[in-house]
Each structure stands twice: as C-alpha cells, then as structure tokens.
Design a protein around this ligand. Structure first.
Ligand code: PLP
Length: 380
C-alpha cells in the first residue's frame, strides 16, 4: 500500500489517478490492472468481472438493489443474512427465507418463497444467500440453492455474500455458481473499507455510486489505490496460506469447543450434536474453522462480554454491526433460540490464535461465568 499512500516526490510513490491519460496516470492504471488480474485469479473470474468497492456492505447493497434505479421485482434473501443484505432487501419490499436449526437455507424453503412471489403475480429480482454466516459460521450449499433459483426464478440474479467464507474457502470453486459475489478486505487481514463485487459477464448492474465511468461504468469515483493494493495483497496471501491455516485453526477451535462445553450451562449453538440431529456427521465440518458460537445459561449477555473483556478476552454476541448483546440477534432468533434465556457468545479464532490463547480464553470464560452466576445469586 505504501507507494499509493506516499506523497508525490517520493521516488517509489505512485501518485497518479488511474482514470487519467498522462504518463503518471498510466503507471497507476498498470498497478490497478495488475491488482484486478490477481483478484480475479483468486476469485476464479475474469479481470473485467471485478468491481472494486468500499467493502462488503457496498458490494451487498449493490448486488441486492442492482444499482440506481433498483432492478424491478422482489428481492429475496435468507433470514440470517448480514444487515448489509437484509436492510436493502427489506427496504425494497423483499421477502426472507426461513432457515433450519443450524441456520442453513434449504432448497425446498427457498423454492416455496420463490413460488409464493410468482403466485402473487410478482417476479423475483435477486436471490441472496450467504456462503457462510458471520455469527454462527454455518456453511450453505450454494450448488443446490443455485439450482433451486434457476428452476423456480430463472430470471433472478443469484448473489452470495462471501465476506466470511473468503479467508477459509476456495471461492473460485464454492462461489462459482453465483452471478454476484461480495468480498471484503478486512476479513482477510487487509485494510478496512475496501473489497469487491464479482459481476459475471452478462449480468446487468447499474451503478449504485453514479459518477465517472470507472469500473466499466459500474462504480463512479476515483479509485482508492492504497486500499485496492492492500485488499489484493491480503487476498493473495490468504489464498496461499488457506489450506494449512484452515486445518490448524479448526484444530484449535475444536480444542476450545471441547474445553468450554465442559463448563456447566455452556453449550455449542450449532455444534456436532445439533448437526447429528439433522442427519449430518457429528463433527464441525458444517462450520467455518474460525467460528465457535455458544449459548451460556444463567448470565446476562452484555455483562458476560464486559467481564470477559476485563479478563483479556474480546468476544461478541452478534455481528459487530449490531449491538447484539442488548438488541438480541436476528440470527439466533431465526434458529429458534431467541427466547431461550441463555446469552449468545461468539468466539472467533484466526491465524494468530495459539493453544495458549485458547486455554486462556477457556479459563477466562470459566471464571466469568462463575463470577456472574455468583453475583446473580447474591442479588437474589
Ligand atoms: N457481510 C458479512 C457476512 C459480514 O460479516 C460483514 C462484516 O462483518 C459484511 C457483510 C460487511 O462488510 P464491510 O464491513 O466490509 O462493509
């Protein structure tokens, strides 16, 4: 990113605006073209299909709306989508598809909603189902969902929010069925506020940010070259380390899961037992490697987060974009646990997580739960 952040006069600086036509601009354009090629290589698309954005939220809003003015018709999304998909879907009068106890979308449930829109005389404009859920870590089967879309709403565009999946899955394969794919740099270790939307050739999209002809007329505005450079570097590095990192993180997540579920009243929300009850293998292969979602009895969610933080563990109750600890999580509600009385707790692991870190987190959770339950009993 440094050459693009450096001030003019610095010998390594690339100060040009890639939309310009002179020599300095052409240098920046070469860098932009190279970045686009690298991103396309990892995401399994053509360079011209990459639209650089300000991150996942913009990519999702753009995919759902189709730009300005919005695509005619009814948008449909799953009930557990990130707010970046849910809000524009609801604002455009869309429908949501219920999920199962694990948070997965079933093709039959999707087909039912698509048929209902058709039966009421409407047309479905877009179907948006996330590759992996940000709170639970649960994976969707995009292949069977795409088949349901093509069968029941052949005119609809199929979008997947792959923001959470990108660090862990090969999107060139997993997201290959989607017409539109959203990715965000900061989930990959890159800078915040940058990302991309893959727009397959032939898929119509008006600009959401209208202005200049940048990004083949699909997104106006001077390019954030430092952000694009950082996003590209992070995406490539993440792709290179993916297989090994996913395996070692999953081992640490399993260690953490096995240890914390030994604490009384702490259970995995979408763990092996729930998977087995739905006919899946009794393991965690239905989850992203870095996710562990728990339900904790006998404590107040917000107090648990504060207490954990005081012990050095930074966790969350829902998406970072929602104050889940106080408002409740729409994802937890959608899997039928909204009224369970237990506190949702989302622990995330990444490339820097160590065995020691996992053991410290386990000890902190044990101490927090004991402390908060003791306080509750004393108050009573
Ligand atoms: N979609 C999902 C699944 C996410 O987890 C996030 C961010 O956490 C977003 C979209 C929004 O991406 P950004 O923060 O880059 O706008």
């Amino acid at each position: 990113m440094e050459p693009f952040l450096a001030v003019s006069g610095d010998p390594v600086a690339v100060p040009g605006n890639p939309s310009g036509s002179h020599a300095i601009a052409r240098r920046a354009l070469r860098a932009l073209d190279e970045a686009r090629e690298q991103v396309a290589g990892v995401l399994g698309c053509r360079p011209g299909e990459v639209v650089f954005t300000s991150g996942g939220t913009e990519a999702d809003n753009h995919a759902v709306s189709g730009g300005l003015p919005p695509r005619p018709g009814t948008p449909v999304c799953s009930a557990v989508e990130h707010h970046a998909v849910l809000e524009p879907t609801l604002a455009l009068g869309g429908e949501s598809v219920p999920v199962d106890r694990l948070g997965r979308v079933h093709p039959a449930a999707l087909a039912e909603v698509l048929r209902r829109v058709g039966d009421s005389g409407g047309i479905v404009s877009v179907v948006s189902v996330m590759a992996a859920n940000n709170e639970l870590g649960i994976l969707n089967d995009l292949e069977v969902l795409e088949a349901a879309v093509r069968e029941h709403a052949p005119q609809a565009v199929f979008h997947t929010d792959a923001v959470q999946a990108a660090p862990w899955l090969d999107l060139a394969d997993t997201a290959s069925r989607a017409d539109l794919v959203s990715v965000s740099a900061h989930k990959l270790g890159g800078p915040k506020g940058t990302g991309a939307l893959v727009v397959r050739n032939g898929v119509g999209l008006r600009p959401l940010i209208a202005g200049g002809a940048q990004e083949r007329g699909r997104r106006g505005g001077t390019h954030d070259m430092a952000g694009i450079a950082g996003f590209t570097a992070a995406l490539v590095a993440s792709s290179d380390s993916r297989t090994e990192r996913a395996a070692s993180t999953a081992r640490l997540r399993d260690r953490l899961a096995n240890a914390v579920t030994g604490i009384e009243g702490v259970s995995e929300t979408v763990g092996p037992e729930v998977a087995e009850s739905l006919g899946l293998p009794a393991d965690r292969s239905h989850l992203l490697p870095g996710h562990l979602h728990l339900m904790v009895d006998g404590v107040v969610g917000e107090e648990l987060l504060f207490d954990l933080e005081s012990r050095g563990v930074c966790a969350s109750a829902a998406s970072s974009c929602a104050s889940g600890a106080t408002d409740g999580s729409h994802v937890v509600a959608a899997i039928g646990l909204g009224d369970s009385g237990a506190a949702p707790l989302r622990l995330s692991l990444g490339a820097d997580t160590t065995r020691e870190g996992v053991d410290i987190a386990t000890g902190a959770l044990r101490a927090s739960v004991a402390h908060l339950r003791g306080v509750t009993r004393a108050v009573r």
